[in-house]
Design a binder for this molecule. Sequence first.
Ligand code: AMP
Length: 408
Amino acid sequence: MAKLTVEDLELKGKKVLMRVDFNVPLKEENGEVVVSNDNRIVAALPTIKYVLEQGGRAILFSHLGRIKSEDDKKGLSMKPVAQRLADLLGQPVTFVPATEGKELEDAVAALEDGQVLIFENTRFEDVVNGEEVKRESKNDPELGKYWASLGDVFVNDAFGTAHRAHASNAGIAANIAQTAAGFLMEKEIKFLGGAVENPERPFVAIIGGAKVSDKITIIENLLKKADKVIVGGGMAFTFDAANGKAIGNSLFEEDKVALAKQLIEEAGDKLVLPVDAVAADKFANDADTYIAEDGIKDGYMGLDAGPKSIELFKSVLADAKTVVWNGPMGVFEMPNFAKGTLAIGEELVKVTKENGATTIVGGGDSTAAVQQLGVADQLSHISTGGGASLEYLEGKTLPGIAAISEKD
Ligand code: AMP
């Protein structure tokens, strides 16, 4: 069944609770705290504008940073975010410096059709009277109920927190008639959910990065769903070791060797591992290097996919119709070890254009790589939620998404 979206809601004259992801970086400028990167605010504008154009009364809220003490609250107010939002929307935004109480309730009552307010950082509720009670982060049922009581309908557009049941997502949804996905959330569900649940085939997954332990569940899940799973980056060396190859000083997780062995046996040729590596004598861009084809000699470590691996990965991707990519193929932060990662980015652009493939990038490092290449806008979808996109790919149910109403 499909999820309800903001376009399915009757919004005119309604108090529309909107969970957005305004967890943006801040900086001090001339003694004032300001937003230093407004990408997330800009990304939320289409949903907010839509609600306002339909005559809704938007009640916005988000978390901002982590609040563990009263002191943490000082630098993490939503006020500068409200200011930037007003600039971007080109209309006034009422900022309410509270997360509950009369001031907030009066401001909500005073809202007219097409107007916006934003209340204070939802995580201020994590610390009450100096005590860390985590009302927001542990989904205190009373808090979700209270926030729900402020509105008529609920729009959740914060994918980045969808993997956690918080009062400001699941808590509100449990206490309100209708919860709908905003446009950003809808796009994440369409692409990530679509790839995992109903991919056009061949479906190729590419998983890289440093640690097997972080991504083992994703690899296991994607081996069930995808036609091929390419495993690259530092984590591939634990698989190489399981295959009895010499790995020198490369990244290695001994306690994952047995699992890697089991996956290799179960997956057969579905699992694609690098066949060579750029080996370096130290973890530095100016290291002495050689192309290691038959294991890595002592004193060296594998820091990038070698040329034969790049060709192999390209051949696996050649006829792909759906591709999901998470994690770099090497230490791409160092230019001399970025080739494997950049080659994947380039190949994704090619299959998007030539095969009409759906290409999805999730995770900070692979996103940074496609941005470095300047090709982010040539791929189908760049996921905004790090942890949330990983858990989606692991096949887990995300509480923030589960809480969105189904269409009738
Ligand atoms: P992750 O957070 O697990 O996606 O890992 C990303 C990090 O893995 C990046 O900072 C890469 O530099 C690092 N990485 C990728 N390949 C290797 C490798 N062969 N050796 C060491 N680190 C690596």
